[in-house]
Design a protein around this ligand. Structure first.
Ligand SMILES: *Cc1c(COP(=O)(O)O)cnc(C)c1O
Length: 383
């Protein structure tokens, strides 16, 4: 086959004239940091997820950090999560002084195996953080059930789950809490940004305070006509707020979410069709329960050759790729603190050096997917 001349990236944000107009309108409005546009973005998010509260933030990582603090996570606590997740979650658990406890995943969907959570629970366990991996929901009925019986908090890592639903409920709508991300790779973007959805009124109050220095009222209310510029701080907080400039972009992106995801679904179906019978490549498995998949990523497992050689060949064909994610139990500081923890992580280890994310983004053409499929076929048959 002919090698394409231009590079096909792993991902590219889909940003149109409408986003540009919304950002420019905000820039000209006289208020550009956290204010009414962030509020509107939060309102739309409550509608999307069905959660009682939504709080916009500077990143998903900031959201994880604040949720953990608001839940009172501290030295000596344990948090259950898969090893196959983004390192930021493990970093935040560690920075709170707590310890990550890794539970194995399903080979097919790469989601946490909810049947294994109970045996990982100890007296120190405080929370479970499942990931809706690549946009396929984790088994939330089982997770909420085991968490409920042991009085554990649940924080869904919904960074991949914009548009993901489980048995008719959108990610973030299960009555506890969830964290979304608007990093440029995610299904919608604000450049950088994040959102917490949650149900508890007191936790919401605490998160809002911790988000902005611990100061009681929003700045745009303090500086408005007749505002009250005094403030008090009862607990020191962070600087984790989203700006109205970013929220303006997010509102347009959110209105386009269904269309963007429809396009992702179509491309994923093309990938599946093109690669399903190919020996040496395992395509993503689909969870058995009713769900809506947001197809954030298309992660294959390379079984027919070494992954490193496979990725090198993809580069020769001018195709981008990613690894989501390097397993967190192998991160240097984790191994140094806890030793090698692979006994209960059979499937994680099995996929660890096999997973590769192929290009997937809404502005990709059908012919781009067909090109990648052809290239992958050539690579594994010569590999
Ligand atoms: C992107 C991502 C995050 C972190 O989100 P940021 O907005 O980049 O901080 C957390 N978890 C997962 C699974 C992610 O993919």
């Amino acid at each position: 086959m002919n090698i394409r001349e231009d590079f096909l990236p792993l991902s590219r944000p889909s940003i149109g004239e409408e986003e540009v107009r919304a950002v420019v309108a905000c820039l000209k409005s006289g208020w550009i940091t956290t204010g009414p546009v962030c509020r509107e973005f939060e309102d739309r998010f409550r509608e999307l997820t069905g959660a009682s509260h939504a709080i916009s933030l500077s990143s998903g990582t900031a959201g994880m950090h604040l949720m953990m603090l608001a839940l009172g996570l501290k030295e000596g606590d344990e948090v259950i999560t898969p090893s196959l997740t983004f390192a930021s979650t493990i970093n935040m658990i560690t920075l709170c002084g707590a310890r990550p406890v890794f539970v194995d995943i399903h080979y097919d969907s790469l989601n946490i195996n909810a049947d294994l959570i109970e045996e990982a629970i100890t007296e120190r366990t405080r929370a479970v953080i499942p990931v809706h991996f690549a946009g396929a929901p984790a088994d939330m009925d089982k997770i909420m059930d085991v968490a409920g019986r042991h009085d554990l908090a649940v924080i869904e890592d919904a960074a991949h789950a914009l548009g993901t639903a489980y048995r008719g409920i959108h990610a973030g709508g299960f009555g506890q809490s969830a964290v979304f991300s608007f990093h440029p790779l995610k299904n919608i973007t604000t450049g950088e940004g994040g959102m917490i959805t949650l149900s508890d009124d007191q936790v919401e109050r605490r998160v809002r305070l911790l988000r902005f220095h611990g100061i009681e009222r929003d700045a745009w209310k303090r500086y408005g006509k007749g505002g009250t510029p005094e403030y008090d701080i009862s607990e020191p907080g962070f600087k984790y707020n989203l700006t109205d400039i970013q929220a303006a972009m997010g509102l347009v992106q959110l209105a386009r979410l269904e269309k963007l995801n429809e396009r992702r679904r179509k491309l994923a179906a093309l990938y599946t069709e093109g690669l399903i019978d190919l020996e040496g490549i395992d395509i993503p498995g689909i969870p058995p329960y009713p769900h809506v998949h947001s197809w954030h990523l298309f992660v294959v497992k390379v079984t027919g050759m070494a992954r490193e050689a496979f990725m090198k060949k993809l580069a020769d064909y001018n195709i981008g790729y990613g690894i989501h994610f390097p397993a967190c139990h192998r991160l240097g500081y984790i191994e140094k603190s806890y030793g090698i923890m692979e006994d209960n992580l059979r499937e994680t280890v099995r996929v660890g050096d096999r997973i590769v994310s192929l290009p997937l983004f809404p502005d990709m053409k059908d012919s781009d997917v067909l090109y990648v499929c052809e290239a992958v076929k050539e690579i594994v048959s010569n590999g």
